[in-house]
Design a binder for this molecule. Structure first.
Ligand code: FA5
Ligand code: MG
Length: 442
């Protein structure tokens, strides 16, 4: 009997993710809803907007020395996703509230940068691309979904390939000059240089300047090419927006990442807003040494591009959940290698429902994280939740008890939702809420 119960305990201490068994511990927070998205591989589908953008970019850079990797598995180690890249121990990205952990050491990658070290180690060409699904615990709304796709790009130079510093600089200049220019307007950003965003000490000023120029020109080429096609698509679809006649405006904004310096984000001016598309920078030496490459002999750049953000704009797709739709009215609209304007079918109206509750006595205000609430709702309602927002928090001065109210918007892209169906989902959600957090419903 002892043996049977021992086996039972073991069985409960593991979870299946994409058919593979993993140990669970107090870090485990991956849910079946999230696991079920693994393997959809939207980026590999030729006629899916995510796959179309990937292949347009890969084709644009064909012959320029980049290897494309598209099949890395989303389960990676904490080491690959964070440690190797130099994320500090207290970086918010590491928190259980932000990342899907399978257990303490294993997680769903939160970005394609998790594969940088591996690719630096194994790639024979000067550059590479990695396109893949990434996962982040996040709020739910029209532009946020717990899974999305990124494309990583990187390019390396190796000092020992050149007989002298002069020869290296000459090659860098030639490489920069070889990238076709675009007609983008690059706006000046009035920004004081970040003190935490200096050049790498092992690179000279000229090297830094030239590699940065190579990075920016490469991304401008990518963005310029894609947006020119999007303008054509918008015009074909009948848009008369006068901005479509003007060159595209972009700007470079300084930022920081733990494994690049200096670092930037490129923003694109589109329909009256600056849209953040891509983070990037010059790779720090610890990434090369983690790749087993001789320290200070290698240098270069890396970027990480969000594909859904681009695709929503380029194809005019109004809701990020649509990318995961299996509805033929969505899937049948797109053709390989073409950006075409999305035609919406009638949208069914949504329904708002409020859920208010008292936190347990003495519980801190932040004892329940907004993302935990999202997760609970997602577990019962899946993609039928369009939006969740914390709408009210107050503390009763007499009792000291704190109340929170969440507004949940239910909506289907495919049909009208019945009240009874919404009530059932809400009841299940409330039951889990009480069960898990000991709150008192109001
Ligand atoms: C990163 O993920 C870095 N790995 C990028 C990078 C790579 C920097 C290489 C330096 C060198 P960030 O979290 O900002 O950075 O995400 C990069 C892009 O992914 C964003 O610009 C955005 O386009 C997209 N993105 C980020 N969060 C979301 C989200 N919740 N939904 C959709 N797209 C997102
Ligand atoms: Mg960012």
């Amino acid at each position: 009997r002892l043996l049977t119960s021992f086996r039972g305990a073991i069985r409960h201490q593991s979870t299946l993710v994409d058919g593979k068994k993993h140990a669970v511990d107090e870090w485990t927070n991956i849910t079946p809803t999230i696991s079920s998205l693994i393997g959809r591989n939207l980026h590999l589908q030729d006629s899916h907007p995510v796959g179309i953008i990937r292949s347009i970019i890969e084709k644009r850079f064909e012959g320029m020395g980049y290897t494309a990797y598209n099949n890395f598995h989303p389960v990676v180690s904490k080491h690959e996703n964070f440690d190797q890249l130099g994320f500090p121990e207290d970086h918010p990205g590491r928190a259980k509230t932000d990342t899907y952990y399978i257990n303490h050491d294993t997680l769903l990658r939160t970005h394609t940068s998790a594969h940088e070290v591996h690719c630096f180690q194994h790639t024979k060409t000067p550059g590479f691309f990695v396109t893949a699904d990434v996962y982040r615990r996040d709020t739910i709304d029209r532009t946020h979904y717990p899974a999305f796709h990124q494309m990583e790009g990187a390019r390396t130079w190796k000092r020992e390939d050149y007989p002298s510093e002069e020869a290296l600089i000459e090659k860098l200049r030639a490489d920069v000059a070889a990238i076709p220019a675009t007609n983008l307007i690059v706006e000046d950003v009035d920004q004081v240089s970040h003190p935490e965003n200096p050049k790498s000490p092992y690179m000279s000023d000229t090297e830094t300047e030239l590699v940065a120029a190579h990075l920016k020109k490469s991304i401008e080429l990518l963005v310029g090419d894609i947006f020119e096609r999007a303008k054509v698509a918008a015009k074909v679809a009948g848009s008369t927006d006068p901005d479509l006649e003007k060159p595209l405006k972009v700007r470079w904004v300084e930022t920081t990442f733990p494994w690049t310096t200096p670092s930037w984000e490129i923003e694109v001016w589109w329909k009256g807003d600056w849209l953040e598309c891509c983070g990037c920078g010059l790779v720090r030496d610890h990434v090369y040494s983690a790749s087993g490459l001789d320290k200070h002999t290698h240098f270069g750049w890396a970027f990480g591009l969000g594909l859904e953000r681009l695709a929503m704009i380029l194809f005019g797709i109004p809701d990020i959940r649509l990318f995961w739709s299996l509805d033929q009215r969505f899937l049948s609209q797109f053709k390989p290698n073409e950006i075409t304007a999305f035609k919406s079918w009638s949208k069914y109206p949504g329904t708002d429902r409020d859920v208010a509750f008292w936190l347990p006595e003495g519980a801190a205000l932040d004892s329940i994280h907004e993302n935990d609430i999202m997760e609970l709702i997602r577990a019962t309602a899946g993609d039928l939740v369009e939006n969740v927002a914390l709408t009210d928090t107050f503390t009763n001065p007499k009792t000291g008890l704190t109340s929170q109210c969440y507004r949940i918007n239910f909506q289907s892209m495919e049909r009208n939702l019945e009240n009874q169906e919404i009530n059932q989902m809400l009841d299940a959600f409330k039951e889990m809420l009480v069960d898990r957090y000991g709150v008192k419903l109001r």
